[in-house]
Design a binder for this molecule. Sequence first.
Ligand code: 6XA
Ligand code: ZN
Length: 342
Amino acid sequence: MKTVYTDQHRLRNSKSEMKGGLLVSPYECPERVDYILARLQQRGMNTIVSPDAFGLDPVKRIHDAQYLEFLSTCWTQWQTLGYKGEAVASVWPARGMHQRRPTNIEGMIGYYAFSSETTISQGTWEAAQASADVALTAQRLVAGGERAAFALCRPPGHHAASDLFGGYCFINNAAVAAQACLDQGAKRVAILDVDFHHGNGTQEIFYHRSDVFVASLHGNPQEHYPHFLGFEDECGAGEGEGFNLNIPLSSGTAFEAWDSALAMACSRILQYGPDVLIVSLGVDTFVDDPLSNFRLTSPDFTRYGERLGRLGLPTIFVMEGGYAVAEIGTNVVNVLEGFEHT
Ligand code: 6XA
Ligand code: ZN
C-alpha cells in the first residue's frame, strides 16, 4: 500500500495546548509523523507519494466558505491585536446566546471553536490545507484502482465539523475524501472511525445524508472528549436516519470487547454495501496512550487490521489521533500490515 505524505505537516507546530489550566506542549506534535514514517521504512512499506494540490474546491464541498476564510486569516488577524500568545478561543455562543458571526477576531474564534485545547498559529492553515491534499491524493489512488492507500494526514480531521474546529482538527480530511468519492461517481461511502474519540465533525457533516454511512467506536462521551456528541441514540436524521452508528464503550475497554464492537460496525458496513471504505485511523485506543484509556496492545492493531481487510472493500486509511509517540508507528503500521495480509 502506498503512503501519501508531505513535509508540509511541519507547518502545524503550535506551542501551546490548554490542559488542566496550563498551557502545555501540544500532544498533537510533528514527531508523531516522524515515528510513523520511520516504522513504514523499517517494515519495507516505503512507497511514499507526494500529494497533488487540489485547491479549495473539494474542501468547500464539505466546509462553509466563511469558516475557511476565518481559518485562512485568523492568525494574521490575531497578530494585529498585538497578542503574544497563539490564537485561542475564550468566549463561546453558549445556551441562550445569539449564534451570529462576530466581526471581531476574538469573538469570531469563539464562534468557530468548540474547545480550547486547539490553538491557531503561524502555518496552521497551510498545514491543514496540505493535509486535505494528502487525503484527496489517497482518494485518487484508490479511485484509480489501488486496493488501499494510507493518507498520513496531519493535522487530523475527524473533529472538524462543517464550520467548527477543535480537537486538533481544522479540515475534516476523511469527509473531504468521502465527498470526492461521491463526486467521482461512487454511490455510497462508509466511514469507520476507530479513533478513541468520537468523530463529532464527521457525524455532523453527514448526519442528514444517506450516501455516507458513519460508524464510530469510542470512549463514552459522558466521560470522554468531545463530551457533547457520540451517544448511542444518535442514529442520523431525516434522509440520514439509520445511517449513523455510535458505539460508545466504557473506560478500560480491552481488545476482546472492542473487537466485538468493531465486528458489529463491520457487519453494518457490509449491510450498507459501500463502494469505498474510509477508515479514520486513530491509534489512541492503545493501552499507553496519554489521553485515553482503552487497553489495546500493539499486536491487537494487527488483528483488527486483518478484520478490516476481510471486508474486501477499496479502503482509504486517513490518519487521526494517537499520542503514545514512541509506539505510534508500530501501532499504525500493524493495522496496515494486518489489512494487507488478508
Ligand atoms: C483535548 C483532547 C483532544 C483529543 C483529540 C483526539 N483535551 N481526537 O485525539 O481524536
Ligand atoms: Zn482521538
